[in-house]
Each structure stands twice: as structure tokens, then as C-alpha cells.
Design a protein around this ligand. Structure first.
Ligand SMILES: Nc1ncnc2c1ncn2[C@@H]1O[C@H](COP(=O)(O)OP(=O)(O)O)[C@@H](O)[C@H]1O
Ligand SMILES: [Mg+2]
Length: 297
């Protein structure tokens, strides 16, 4: 790497770093980085994208915190990268730091085989030609995992759900028998219905037509839908002590005891080259005693 010191026209002396490598490039990419610069604050190389359009570019998907462009990258290809952006940078560096914190976490997780690989940080600038405003987003480049892949269901939850459904079916059969028996008695339909209703209420009766789906039932009962124990254990083993804390200045790092493995659900896991891995490294993935503590270094 060569560092050049040169005087600009204005007379201000600046140092610039000749880039020893170029920003990632692959055959079908939709957005091509305009430059690759070294960010002194982050101590990281950053791919810069610039787009001038009257609307925000069409993105592949997004969640509560991020916007994701697969950028034409192939799934399972460690040399091609999608672009993940955090929310807009409002000028106080929050988005840049949050993106950096996520990037660092995915990087350590990828080294342990529990996340797709990352390439580096990126800065995405969109000039909104309609409103003549420049918006800056920060994020990072990540290889593309298969989000449609099957993830096996949690065996304990499946067992509990089956027992729950069987119990409802048993109850429904019993109720049919009770109604049949009541019909034999010399009572009016109204009296019969009142008795049936009071039994329904007493036993919290659920009709077979109202049985929730497995997913709904898991959700209502705080049960795991998918079998993510191995992945969670793998992520829990990854320490993020010393990595950037999300909502704090650049010198604030997570303290001992902070790990990964939180917020694991279907939209945040995907298949990377045959293994189920985590793809969402937003703050919710941080777990452990050191989750909210940071040290200033
Ligand atoms: N590495 C990836 N490969 C494929 N799709 C991804 C990847 N990262 C994110 N996505 C897609 O983008 C969505 C949002 O990303 P995510 O990191 O979960 O952000 P959020 O914090 O907003 O939920 C994911 O649910 C997924 O569909
Ligand atoms: Mg998510």
C-alpha cells in the first residue's frame, strides 16, 4: 500500500491511500461501487456506492432495521455479495456505528461457521433527484444465503402440539357423546344448549375448526417453531467482547460476557452452503451478561 501526500488546489494538504485492491465486483451485479476508500474512524475499507434516481432503488427484502439488496449475487457464493443497509444516517453517526457493530458481529460469526461471509463495510449514497436531497446509508456486504431453505421443526414443540391437538379431538368426541345423551333426555333444545354451553365454558372448549396452526400455537405459547438449538449453541459460544457497541461512540466496546444467539427465528436464519446459519446481526442478536455493558477503550 502506498500513501501519497499531496496538496489540493485549495492548498490543504491531504493524505490519500492508494487502494491496493478494488471493491468487490462480479458478473451480474446491479450496483457497482464507485470507489473503495479507507475510513480512518472505523479502520476499515469501505465500498462506496452512488445512485442518482427519482426513487429509492428496488430492494430484495427488508425487516425492522435493515434493507437488503441481493445485488445480483449468487446464493452460496463466497465471492459475490449482497448489500445490507441500516436505517438512514441522520447525521449523528448512529447508522454508521450500528452498521459497523453488525458487520463486526457477522464477521466473527462467519469465522466460526455460523454466518455467511462478509466482505467489508459499505456506504450507499442515494441522490433523490425528485426532492434534490442526498441520503446516506451505511451497511456492509454479505454473501447471499438461501432464506427459503427448509429448517427442521422443533421436535419438543411438535410433540406438545400433537398432544394438544389430540386432547381437543378427544374433547370434541366426548362433547358429541354428551350432546347425543342429552338429546335422549326429556328436555327442550334450549335447556340442552344451555347445558352444553356451560360445559364448553367450564372446559375451555376449542372446536376442531378453531385449532391454531402449529406456527400460531408455538407463537401463542412461547414455544420454538424450528430446531435451532445447535445454531443457538454455536452462536452462544462466540464472544463479542471488544467489538463495537451499537448505540455508543466508536470507542465503546462490548464487555466480557456478551455473546450472540438472540432473535433466532425463521426470517433471521438461512441455509449457507448446506448449514443453517444466522443472517441477522442487529442488536437483538446480542445476548449474555455483557449485553448492555460496554467499556471505553
Ligand atoms: N445474507 C443474506 N442472504 C440472503 N438474504 C438476506 C441476507 N441478509 C438479509 N437477508 C434478507 O433481508 C431480510 C432483512 O435482513 P435482516 O438482517 O434480518 O434485517 P432486520 O434487522 O431488518 O430484520 C432478511 O429477513 C432476509 O430476507
Ligand atoms: Mg431480521
Amino acid at each position: 500500500m502506498t500513501t501519497l501526500v499531496r496538496a489540493k488546489d485549495t492548498g490543504v494538504v491531504v493524505s490519500c491511500v492508494r487502494v491496493p485492491k478494488s471493491a468487490p465486483s462480479f458478473p451480474n451485479q446491479e450496483f457497482t461501487p464507485t470507489s473503495y476508500v479507507f475510513d480512518e474512524e472505523l479502520n476499515e475499507w469501505v465500498s462506496i456506492y452512488f445512485l442518482s434516481d427519482d426513487g429509492f432503488p428496488h430492494y430484495t427484502s427488508g425487516g425492522a432495521q435493515c434493507v437488503w439488496f441481493d445485488n445480483g449475487a449468487q446464493q452460496h457464493n463466497a465471492n459475490e455479495f449482497g448489500i445490507k443497509l441500516t436505517s438512514i444516517n441522520l447525521g449523528n453517526s448512529t447508522a454508521k456505528i450500528a452498521a459497523y457493530a453488525m458487520y463486526q458481529r457477522q464477521q466473527v460469526a462467519a469465522d466460526r461457521g455460523v454466518a455467511p461471509p462478509v466482505h467489508g463495510m459499505c456506504c450507499f449514497k442515494w441522490y433523490d433527484t425528485m426532492n434534490q436531497m442526498l441520503h446516506t446509508f451505511w451497511g456492509y456486504l454479505s454473501s447471499v444465503a438461501d432464506t427459503e431453505a427448509d429448517v427442521s421443526l422443533n421436535a419438543d414443540s411438535e410433540y406438545e402440539y400433537r398432544s394438544y391437538v389430540m386432547e381437543i379431538e378427544r374433547m370434541a368426541e366426548k362433547m358429541d357423546a354428551i350432546i347425543e345423551a342429552l338429546d335422549e333426555l326429556d328436555i327442550t333444545h334450549r335447556q340442552r344448549d344451555r347445558i352444553v354451553d356451560s360445559i364448553y365454558e367450564e372446559v375451555n372448549f376449542v372446536s376442531i375448526d378453531d385449532i391454531p396452526s402449529f406456527e400460531e400455537w408455538c407463537h401463542d405459547n412461547d414455544m420454538e417453531i424450528h430446531d435451532l438449538d445447535d445454531l443457538r449453541n454455536g452462536l452462544n459460544d462466540v464472544s463479542i467482547a471488544g467489538l463495537q457497541h451499537d448505540w455508543s461512540p466508536i470507542n465503546c466496546k462490548f464487555d466480557a460476557g456478551a455473546t450472540l444467539g438472540g432473535d433466532l427465528h425463521r426470517g433471521n436464519v438461512a441455509d449457507w452452503q448446506g448449514n443453517i446459519v444466522c443472517i441477522d446481526f442487529g442488536f437483538h442478536c446480542v445476548e449474555g451478561a455483557g449485553r448492555s455493558d460496554y467499556v471505553i477503550v
